[in-house]
Design a binder for this molecule. Sequence first.
Ligand SMILES: Cc1ncc(COP(=O)(O)O)c(C=O)c1O
Length: 402
Amino acid sequence: VKRYCFDRIIERTNTDCIKWDQIKTNFPKAAEGALPLWIADMDFPCAEPIIEALHRRVDLSIFGYSSEETDKYYKAVCGWYHRRFGWDIAPGSICYSPGIVPAIAFLLRILTKEGDGVLIQQPVYYPFTAKITANYRVVVNNSLLHENGSYTVDFEDFERKIAENNTKLFILCSPHNPVGRVWSEQELKRMVEICIKYDKWIISDEIHSDIVRAGVVHHPLEMICPEYKHKIITCIAPSKTFNLAGLKLSNVIINDPVLREKWREEVTGRFSMGHPNPFAITATVAAYTDGEEWLEQVKSYIDENFAFMKRYVDEQLPKAHFYIPEGTYLAWIDLSDYISDKIELENLLQTKAGVVLDEGYIFGEGGFCFERINVACPRSILKECLNRIKKAVVVSGTKEEA
Ligand SMILES: Cc1ncc(COP(=O)(O)O)c(C=O)c1O
């Protein structure tokens, strides 16, 4: 058994990484030396089998055009989902995309027309909104219900908005970023049944499905309602799971052959985005074949980071509202009882506290004065981030009250 040490701080500055090297570009107000816990990648080293496979690939010395359409690749991807979820993916249904966000953009163009409505559930991963509007489609928002840290679907509103003639597509985030829900079988079934009743398409973004807390079970949407799988497009990837986001590989599971043909026309025919780079293929095969040991250890470390954060917040930030999420490595914390103006909070955290986080308001309705904190980092960095937040908000929050 290989034991990984996730406490070790790996210097990421000057490695062309967005998280540490592009703070000033993305957060011009941020203080010098601000700690970045925003964009969703991990500050952890990859699994050894992935690194070894990449070394071997480099040694082959030629990096020409490559294709993932091999038995080895399909065996690795399908094997993972069979072992981990009991989900049997047909190799022929797997379509490559350089990312899930581009996949969503392609699918928006294939499945909907300009002016059509697309249902999402805010607060939600903000590129959903961005891609819908950038492609001149219309956001239809079924806001999540929120009470004491528990988020649920407002099904009456969901059905009403799905039934509206102009809504053609529902983009589900499962597990949900940023609120951290891992949807139950009943919730998923109900959402699918409503979409099917009105004959709408569903994209299920399951990029976070491998990162759930111990004891929590993620259900691939397709497995909930296999009889409707031709209306479901599932987006999966090794990128969040194995910290390979920069390699730009994701898999889009399209069961409807007609839709698959349209995908090929759009993605390969129109944009020639048909195949991944050789490093992405190598890393994906290694990850899905030999990455399990690393994943189990990284999941435990993340679970412990959340437990640490929960204790910290309860003791040191008593007016903050934070609940350990069921899935993702993203904490979602409500600081509105300290500072109730979203811009004031943003400025305070970036300039005075010296932390850069994803501001809750960018996720849309229901996100105001929340912060999304990426806890996939060494515990000492998480602790320093929380100390900085505490120093800034507790002092300012107290002053306001006085
Ligand atoms: C829900 C969700 N979808 C997609 C992505 C990113 O996808 P990609 O990098 O494959 O475009 C993220 C990254 O944080 C995410 O949280």
